[in-house]
Ligand binder design. Structure first.
Ligand SMILES: C[S@@+](CC[C@H](N)C(=O)[O-])C[C@H]1O[C@@H](n2cnc3c(N)ncnc32)[C@H](O)[C@@H]1O
Length: 200
């Protein structure tokens, strides 16, 4: 598996990332009443900055990522009583049909095939389960310095239709954060949206 985050893993956890993930989690907790009976799964957990903030609210938590380097940083944060199960692999490797909540922050733009992914999310979730995505609104490619990336953010109208086609009802789409970067006297703002969908 190609580990494109290998060079970033050791220094991933910095104050900006912590702040960004706290915004995502507070927004998620505002909209979804997490139950202590739930099994939750995070797609593209990285070093677990989001997932570990959710761990205490649910019964079981699967943290999935394709990057062994990012997961190695996560493993070092877990104690022996952790309820976290790590899945190193693609989301398609998760085949049980028992998930009450899927969440994902800033990982969707790395997924090559959104429609196939959403179809799979529909198969591993229980009816009535929630999916909460946080990612970039369509940008010009500058967020990743014009490096090739599967998606330069998302048109949330198109993404919402893809959710509906996969068997979800979209309950909420909102801008919950703006990332501001200043480089060479140029200021760029990147909006982050949250999309919340319910499995039919
Ligand atoms: C921008 S990072 C976000 C990490 C974490 N969610 C956070 O907010 O700190 C994107 C993550 O998606 C992971 N990723 C990339 N492609 C993936 C795929 N096909 N399936 C699952 N995770 C993937 C990367 O390894 C990386 O950890």
């Amino acid at each position: 598996m190609n580990d494109t985050f290998a060079a970033k893993a050791a220094n991933w956890d910095n104050p900006d990332k912590v702040k960004m993930t706290k915004k995502f989690v507070s927004e998620l907790l505002f909209h979804i009443n997490l139950l202590p009976t739930w099994k939750a799964l995070e797609l593209g957990t990285g070093t677990g900055l989001v997932g570990l903030q959710i761990e205490s609210f649910v019964k079981k938590l699967v943290l999935e990522d394709t990057s062994e380097s990012m997961l190695e940083v996560l493993r070092q944060k877990l104690d022996k009583n952790s309820k976290v199960e790590i899945l190193h692999g693609e989301i398609f490797d998760y085949k049980q049909q028992d998930i009450d909540l899927i969440f994902s922050a800033m990982a969707f733009h790395h997924l090559p095939d959104i429609e196939k992914t959403l179809q799979h999310l529909a198969t591993i979730t229980k009816p009535g389960a929630w999916v909460v995505i946080g990612d970039l609104v369509t940008e010009d490619g500058s967020f990743h310095n014009f490096d090739p990336i599967p998606h330069c953010g998302f048109d949330t109208t198109v993404l919402s239709k893809q959710f509906v086609q996969a068997g979800f009802e979209v309950k909420l789409v909102k801008i919950y954060n703006v990332i501001t970067r200043i480089t060479n006297d140029t200021t760029s703002d990147y909006e982050q949206f949250m999309l919340i969908a319910k499995r039919l």
